[in-house]
Design a protein around this ligand. Structure first.
Ligand code: R5P
Length: 291
């Protein structure tokens, strides 16, 4: 078995290789003068189970093409099996035709990845589990929520409430809370535009309690900022935020902290300074299970 590290997932790939006790391969990557991507796998792949780890975070298009090149090349060089590990699955939020004529982008992305030839695919906390049904190959959506819960359990939090950023994220909050028997609930959110959300001040039992807002992604930070406003009004003691994917567009982290969130805890599906929890254990476990 070998682990091939895509440029967007260097650290996570190294952690996965270390836990599996197998070699980590760093592909040679460069740009042609016209900016096209060049990829070379500088190691014998023939007969190996090659695990290609690459998130398709920003720059999404470049990381996606690198992922496809790595998968196709590993297969073409004679790997006996190729597993695509896409810890953060870009374009997952464009999973519907919200306006007439729009691309259902994630469906196209699934086709592209599958055509590049992996035998199976793993991802983590993809926006909607249903996206996995676009794949004909075995494709599994793992969850890092228990790992976030285990991390939170080590912090000295008092009378903790785990809150999903919206109703859709409630199962995520439940998985986090299950790690230490905390209460959980959800906030009522409606999205006004791609950057503006409205969180209704649903009555919550948060006064003088520590609260963790849980979501799959923090992108513009709008969701967490609005949630923090509601929680401050309802006199929560300490507000934290936890997410799997720290997308953090522009100054989003600054906005989130300015809104009164004391700390953000995220995983390394995207490498960021908030990535204090590694998603490697759930990925390694799935690989060992033979996923
Ligand atoms: C939406 O349904 C997602 O679960 C997240 O709540 C959303 O993507 C977060 O985005 P933002 O940080 O831009 O509010």
């Amino acid at each position: 078995m070998i682990v091939i590290a895509g440029s967007a997932s260097n650290k996570l790939a190294a952690r996965i290789a270390k836990a599996l006790g197998c070699p980590l391969v760093k592909p040679q990557l460069k740009r042609f003068p016209d900016c096209e991507s060049y990829v070379r796998i500088p190691r014998e792949v023939k007969g190996q189970h090659a695990i290609v780890v690459q998130s398709t975070c920003t720059p999404a298009n470049e990381n996606l093409i690198e992922l496809c090149f790595l998968l196709d090349t590993a297969k073409d060089l004679g790997a006996k099996r190729v597993t695509a590990v896409v810890p953060y699955f870009g374009y997952a939020r464009q999973d519907k035709r919200f306006e007439p004529g729009e691309a259902i982008s994630v469906r196209t992305v699934c086709k592209l990845i599958e055509r590049a030839g992996p035998d199976d695919l793993l991802t983590v906390d993809i926006h909607e589990d249903e996206i996995m049904t676009n794949f004909a190959i075995p494709a599994f959506n793992l969850s890092a929520m228990p790992l976030l819960g285990q991390h939170l359990a080590k912090l000295k939090l008092r009378s903790l409430v785990v809150l999903a950023a919206d109703q859709g994220a409630l199962p995520r909050a439940k998985r986090v809370a299950a790690e230490f028997g905390a209460d959980y609930d959800y906030l009522e959110k409606s999205r006004l535009t791609s950057t503006k959300v409205l969180t209704k001040p649903k009555r919550l039992d948060v006064a003088k309690r520590d609260v963790v807002i849980v979501d799959d992604i923090i992108s513009t930070g709008g969701t967490v900022v609005e949630a923090a406003k509601v929680l401050r009004k309802q006199r929560a003691r300490t507000i934290l935020a936890a997410c799997t994917h720290p997308v953090f567009v522009g100054n989003a982290l600054k906005r989130v902290l300015a809104a009164g969130v004391r700390k953000v805890i995220a995983t390394d599906t995207i490498e960021h300074r908030t990535s204090v929890v590694s998603a490697a254990p759930v990925i390694v476990e799935a690989i060992r299970r033979g996923a």
